[in-house]
Design a binder for this molecule. Structure first.
Ligand SMILES: Cc1ncc(COP(=O)(O)O)c(C=O)c1O
Length: 482
């Protein structure tokens, strides 16, 4: 790949990128993918050294980002390299809007025949344009802060399809939730006290669900497990009666409408949902037996995705819903689910440029412009995200094992370890896949690397900016007038 030449490539259409909020396509590219080949040899090779935990069960891999027969990476039908050369700044996040739609449709199809709310977990990705799209597709929203609630309202979500979660909800945020009429999950004794206070301040009764800790082991990384005994979230089941009595004691402030649990994230076994649902409907029976008219079962717990790109067969939304369908119908309940990752993660790549390649001791490094500041999951959870080059390497490029690292002044600043890749040239494009969830929403400005811009490829193959890059001037603004 002619990487150095790429650095100076400036298509004339780049001028159209200067308008920050345009809804119209900025890159009216309509490129056709020459052939569709699910995975290039290179992509397969790059898995091999880091897939110790990769599931064995394999199937043809189907993704909105695909390597074609020409060796270039495409997002839908648009060449990622061309987008990369056109945007104002790298690294940047690149999404497929049609893939977001497809992911929502998969949940909607799975939920047919049930009364349900797909509560998109805004914490996974809070881009306003994405939220508006998800709302347009019929999603509700799951919120964990007052600002997420404000953003959901800004994006037009129906507050009656929003659920406010959290173990440390602030009184002022609860007041807003009460005013807007969103569902609130009760997480503790003090949380209940605050919800009662918020209802009084707002002058409105709050629809609450009890977040019961089901004590189910989701078999995931401890940082993303939420429903086991020692988790900070939810109430212990043996305290259920205390909470029911407390709700009864506040008939003007609280209306108990359901029960909630959340198991954890990256779940790959749907039996866990079934186990939790069995427990939860038993609680619902117990609650109803005391005269409460509870209609909602909120089963939170996020499906994992195929981060390894090794063709793992993971549970689909249909698998998930089918394991709880009969239980939900048997009690005539409305089902609330809270997906974040499985709706948005696989719709996006972080697109980076290679700054250089170096060797120290026994290690080879590909140094890119992206870093733990833009994408922290590998540093934080030791998470694997698939990495590949966006264009074919030259025939003499040696395939080696590299750590892919950023420029941040931390040894923890890596995007991938021990990846087998062709030695890239300076300026080559390199993507970190499955970056739609818990990447941009966790990005920081560490080392004053300002947050990157975001783009998406639309249904007609055009590319639009959906978030501005942050600038140095944005940072300086925090100190103005002090
Ligand atoms: C309460 C709650 N709801 C929803 C989610 C979203 O989960 P996921 O992104 O795995 O689908 C989480 C994530 O941890 C959560 O804690």
């Amino acid at each position: 790949m002619a990487a150095t030449a790429n650095l100076s490539y400036r298509p004339s259409i780049s001028k159209t990128l200067t308008h920050p909020f345009r809804r119209t396509p900025i890159l009216p590219l309509k490129l056709t993918k020459p052939t569709s080949k699910p995975l290039s040899l290179k992509a397969v090779l790059s898995q091999s050294s880091a897939t110790k935990a990769a599931p064995k069960n394999t199937a043809p891999f189907n993704h909105c980002f695909t390597k074609s027969g020409d060796g270039f990476l495409y997002c839908e039908n648009v060449k990622v390299e061309e987008i990369m050369e056109t945007v104002e700044r790298r690294p940047f996040y690149l999404y497929s809007k049609p893939q977001i739609t497809r992911n929502v449709e998969a949940y909607k199809g799975a939920l047919e025949g049930l009364s349900s709310i797909i509560g998109y977990a805004i914490k996974a990705n809070n881009n306003l344009k994405i939220l508006e799209h998800l709302r347009g597709l019929g999603c509700g929203a799951v919120l964990v802060s007052g600002n997420e609630l404000r953003l959901a309202l800004r994006a037009g979500f129906d507050p009656k399809r929003c659920i406010f979660n959290g173990n440390g909800k602030l009184l002022e945020d609860l007041v807003l939730a009460a005013q807007e009429g969103v569902f609130v999950n009760v997480d503790s004794e003090f949380d209940l006290e605050n919800i009662v206070a918020a209802a009084r301040i707002a002058g409105k009764k709050v629809n609450v669900l009890l977040r019961i800790n089901p004590d189910v082991d989701p078999q995931v990384h401890p940082y993303v497990a939420t429903g086991n005994k020692n988790s900070k979230f939810g109430i212990r089941n043996e305290k259920l009666q205390w909470f029911l009595d407390a709700v009864k004691a506040h008939p003007n402030e609280l209306k108990l409408v359901g029960a909630h649990c959340h198991l954890g994230s990256t779940i790959t076994k749907v039996d866990i949902f079934r186990d939790a649902a069995v427990l939860m409907v038993n609680y619902i029976d117990e609650i109803r037996a005391q005269g409460f008219e509870v209609d909602y079962l909120n089963i939170g717990g996020g499906l994992g995705i195929d981060y390894y790109h090794a063709g793992a067969i993971l549970p689909t939304p249909r698998d998930l819903i089918d394991t709880v369908r009969e239980l939900v119908l048997s009690r005539n309940l409305n089902l609330i689910i809270e997906p974040g990752r499985s709706l948005i993660a696989n719709t996006c790549c972080l697109v980076n440029r290679v700054t250089g390649v170096k060797t120290n001791g026994t290690k080879n490094f590909i140094v890119i412009d992206g870093s733990m500041a833009e994408l922290i999951r590998p540093s934080l959870y030791d998470a694997y995200q698939h990495i590949e080059l966006v264009s074919p390497a030259s025939s003499d490029a040696e395939v080696s094992t590299f750590d892919v690292v950023g420029p941040v002044c931390e040894s923890a600043d890596f995007l991938g370890k021990e990846r087998e890749l062709p030695t890239p040239t300076k300026g080559a494009g390199l993507v970190v896949h499955d970056a739609g969830a818990y990447c941009m929403s966790m990005a920081s400005t560490y080392n004053l690397k300002m947050r990157p811009p975001e783009y998406w490829v639309e249904e007609d193959g055009s590319v639009a900016k959906i978030r501005h890059a942050e600038t140095f001037e944005d940072h300086i603004r925090f100190f103005e007038g002090l």
